[in-house]
Design a binder for this molecule. Structure first.
Ligand SMILES: NC(=O)c1ccc[n+]([C@@H]2O[C@H](COP(=O)([O-])OP(=O)(O)OC[C@H]3O[C@@H](n4cnc5c(N)ncnc54)[C@H](OP(=O)(O)O)[C@@H]3O)[C@@H](O)[C@H]2O)c1
Length: 271
């Protein structure tokens, strides 16, 4: 890993690139493009640029800066992260490197190049004991993964031109045979969440916005993805690890932004 140095040379002017052209002329570089969320975005926003970790490693500031010179960007969408809570609990160093220091590198890069920064955070930054969390509610991460994501949030807050999207999503169909009947969430499939995020980008949202659907149990979420498939019932009391009871998000601000007169939330997304 290499960090930025104050004696780094000033960035060179960048040539415009058509391949990153997005809605409204935004040119967006997306980190974590090979991941679950990145794969969903590639389907709906193929015009974004999705550099691999090999050429855009968030722990390598100089490498990222060199890559930026390839095209003119307006925005970095930062979804890259080390995302395995059990592995992070066992060995938090990689989360420190990628989620905290890596995100700080991306913030520094965005500020140095005057780029808007969009950061994907998690509903797990909340304690999870009451649910319906609003953007300004007290933060109390439930595990080391969530602490590392909150570390990223802290760095992103130093940029005035930023958007933090707190959310939860999963693949469809539900990947497990059983689901919690007593754990509450705002989770939606990754395709739905990517669609909502893309439209928040189009609306040029800033600050902190919660992105999700209606409050429901994980069991209700799982069965909603494929009603024909039987899913077994499970209690968080039998989970074998600390599972928060209710990290559901109040998504009123998201709806307000998407329902504003010159936009419009689609009927199927009204939750
Ligand atoms: N899944 C959820 O329910 C959920 C909920 C809330 C928030 N989030 C957040 O949403 C974002 C995307 O999640 P996801 O589920 O799509 O993650 P994912 O499937 O685990 O993908 C992680 C991505 O990060 C990349 N990456 C890891 N280390 C990197 C590095 N040093 N430099 C550059 N790229 C690196 C990976 O690249 P390689 O494949 O090459 O390693 C991969 O593309 C993350 O920030 C996550 O914390 C996820």
């Amino acid at each position: 890993m290499s960090g930025a140095n104050e004696s780094d040379p000033a960035p060179e002017p960048r040539a415009p690139s058509r391949r990153t052209e997005g809605a409204g002329g935004a040119r967006i570089l997306f980190t974590g493009g090979s991941g679950l969320l990145g794969s969903a975005f590639r389907k709906i926003r193929p015009e974004y640029d999705y550099p691999s970790e090999t050429v855009f490693d968030v722990t390598d500031y100089r490498g990222m800066e060199a890559y930026l010179r390839r095209g003119a960007y307006t925005t970095i969408f930062h979804a890259a992260a080390f995302t395995s809570p059990p592995k992070i609990d066992a060995d938090p160093l990689q989360a420190l490197e990628v989620n905290v220091i890596g995100t700080a590198n991306v913030v520094r890069l965005a500020m140095a190049h005057r780029l808007k920064l969009i950061y994907v955070s998690t509903d797990y930054v909340f304690r999870g004991d009451r649910g319906r969390y609003r953007e300004e509610d007290e933060l109390h991460p439930v595990n080391k993964y969530a602490w590392s994501k909150l570390g990223g949030e802290c760095a992103v807050r130093l940029s005035d031109d930023s958007l933090i999207l707190r959310t939860t999503f999963g693949p469809a169909p539900f990947p497990y045979p059983k689901a919690f009947v007593d754990q509450w969430t705002s989770r939606e499939s990754v395709d739905v969440i990517a669609g909502l995020m893309a439209r928040l980008i189009d609306r040029n949202a800033r600050g902190v916005v919660h992105v999700g659907g209606e409050r429901k149990t994980v069991y209700e979420y799982a069965t909603s993805l494929d009603p024909a498939r039987p899913i077994g019932e499970l209690s968080i009391k039998d989970a074998g690890f600390a599972a928060p009871a209710d990290t559901s998000l109040d998504c009123a601000l998201m709806k307000k932004i998407l329902l504003a007169p010159d936009g419009g939330i689609r009927k199927e997304e009204r939750t």
